[in-house]
Design a protein around this ligand. Structure first.
Ligand code: XMP
Length: 513
């Protein structure tokens, strides 16, 4: 197997750094983001085919501006500076950077030298996205300008002899219409990457390295049924089979059919040593009579740790603890978090402190979410598992306002299943990011047949978002809402009213508790 080629992105803190990584990977080239102050020897050890210097909020003219060792330009590896990365390159190599008369922000028409290596194949005049206050006013010796706009003489420059390329605009954002072509030129033509990094290649590689690392050891993984832990389990299973033990805790707040699917997939399709713990009674007892949302979460979290600890103790010491950590958990703009930090399990309260294992195994830690889904599909996991919407650790328990009873659990579980079914039938299950029902705790008067009823009000929550930090309410078609409402009041006992939550976040959170 050929060595995986990689491009290293030095992160100077731009909000777009992750996007650069995404775009390079879309060209089927593996890349990783590291802090700008990563040592030269560390960078060299990664054997990069190319290096990208990202944008960033600083000015190279500041005394304490983030910088690199200029020897970086002599590694014999092509370098691409983007925005701040361009200004830093000019500054370090003897060019001049000055504050522009006015900040350039937004779409700008840029005249391109289409005979240059970097801009090969783009249009002579192309829309680019700019966001900068400083700019290069004199290129370092050996560089020539290969793009300009009305305001900026150096929108891009290159020194082909030294293999150094720079752009002032942001090729990684889609507002730069031909930005992807620029990044492809760099990765494929200039760095000479093969462009063969696919999820199939990733799976092959990951299986091999898991086998090498684990040897004949044993691995323990907490399986939540969510995308990340399920894909991690399937991948590790492919590598070491039943030497992987998965612990799945059914706390009773799962969605309809979820536990059955997890058990089926990991006994039949991907046979692992599965410990499926039916802890439903234990958890229900913990939340009995509890109405305060924080209390509910804390109790569920603590009980989860206790159940997991009990099961881990039965299994005994293992060599590796596996986790479904993914790349956004690992990188932050401007820094890379400590690798040994243990992600809180299921996000419901951490892992037992005295869990015995020698090392962590995180096979997905270099992948973005949609890449994880592709790996899942590549491995043959069921598509509704791979495309599962986010689900909070405490599950349906935080979708019942007030105290929890078995009857109320059935109401949210059944209504959630109806909503999911109808959203999927309407073909919206991949475009609406999260959708579920909430038992509001309100009861109201209704009429059914000739009878007066006094029953529960159920809310539908559906949101669209990029990151769940802010969300908009999804404009579900009225016909779909009508079908869901009719089915819920007909099929789910004790619901006589259905309402639709039309609040953005902020001020409302996604979950109601
Ligand atoms: P909120 O309600 O905070 O939700 O606006 C944002 C996203 O996070 C999910 N969420 C959780 N996920 N454990 C999780 O793993 C939790 O305790 C938890 N609480 C909320 C929520 O479903 C939404 O996707």
């Amino acid at each position: 197997m050929q060595e995986v080629q990689r491009i290293v992105i030095l992160d100077f803190g731009a909000q777009y750094t992750q996007l650069i990584a995404r775009r390079i990977r879309e060209a089927n080239v593996f890349c990783e983001v590291v802090p700008y102050d990563t040592s030269l020897s560390d960078i060299r050890a990664r054997r990069p085919a190319g290096i990208i210097l990202s944008g960033g909020p600083s000015s190279v003219l500041d005394a304490d501006a983030p910088t690199v060792d200029p020897a970086l330009y002599n590694l014999g590896v092509p370098v691409l500076g983007i925005c701040y990365g361009m200004q830093l390159t000019a500054h370090l190599l003897g060019g001049r950077v000055e504050r522009a008369a006015q900040r350039e922000y937004g779409r700008v028409r840029v005249e391109m030298d289409v005979n240059s290596r970097l801009l090969h194949g783009v249009s002579p005049a192309s829309q680019c996205w700019m966001s900068h206050t400083y700019h290069v006013t004199q290129a370092p010796a050996g560089f020539k300008s290969i793009a300009h706009s009305d305001n900026c003489a150096f929108c891009a420059m290159e020194n082909t002899q030294r293999g150094i390329y720079c752009v002032q605009f942001h090729p990684e954002v889609t507002h730069s219409e031909e930005g992807q072509q620029v990044l492809r030129n760099f990765a494929l033509n200039i760095c000479g990457c093969r462009g063969d990094w696919t999820m199939a290649a990733f799976v092959q590689d990951a299986v091999k390295s898991i086998r090498e690392r684990v040897g004949d050891g044993r691995v323990l993984l907490g399986l939540s049924g969510g995308v990340d832990s399920s894909v991690a389990a399937a991948l590790i299973q492919r590598a070491i089979g039943e030497r992987l033990t998965c612990v799945y805790v059914d706390h009773g707040f799962m969605r309809k059919g979820e536990t059955e699917q997890v058990v089926d997939v990991f006994t039949r399709l991907f046979p692992v040593s599965l410990v499926a713990v039916d802890a439903r009674a234990r958890f229900l007892k913990q939340v009995e009579g509890i109405t305060d949302p924080e209390q509910k979460r804390k109790r569920i979290g603590a009980e989860f740790v206790a159940v997991f600890a009990d099961e881990a103790a039965k299994i005994g010491a293992v060599d590796f603890l596996a986790q479904g950590t993914i790349y956004p958990d690992v990188i932050e703009s401007g820094s890379v978090k400590g690798s040994a930090v243990i992600k809180s399990h299921h996000n419901v309260g951490g892992l037992p402190k005295d869990l015995q294992f020698k090392a962590l195994l995180e096979p997905l830690r270099m992948l973005f979410k949609d890449e994880v889904r592709k790996v899942g599909e590549e491995l043959g996991l069921p598509s509704d598992m791979v495309w599962r919407q986010p689900f909070p650790g405490p599950g349906l328990a935080i979708r019942i306002i007030g105290d929890i009873t078995q009857e109320k659990l059935e109401i949210v579980r059944e209504s959630d299943a109806i909503l999911r079914e109808e959203v999927a039938l309407a073909g919206l299950d991949r475009s609406v990011n999260q959708y579920f029902t909430v038992l509001t705790g309100i009861r109201s008067v209704g009429v059914m047949g000739d009878e007066r009823t006094y029953d529960y009000t159920l809310a539908i929550r559906a949101v669209t978002t990029d990151d769940f930090m802010t969300v908009d309410w999804a404009r579900l078609p009225h016909e779909l809402l009508a079908r869901v409402s009719a089915r819920i009041v007909n099929e789910v006992a004790h619901v006589n009213r259905v309402v639709f939550d039309i609040t953005t976040k902020p001020p409302a959170s996604v979950e109601w508790e």
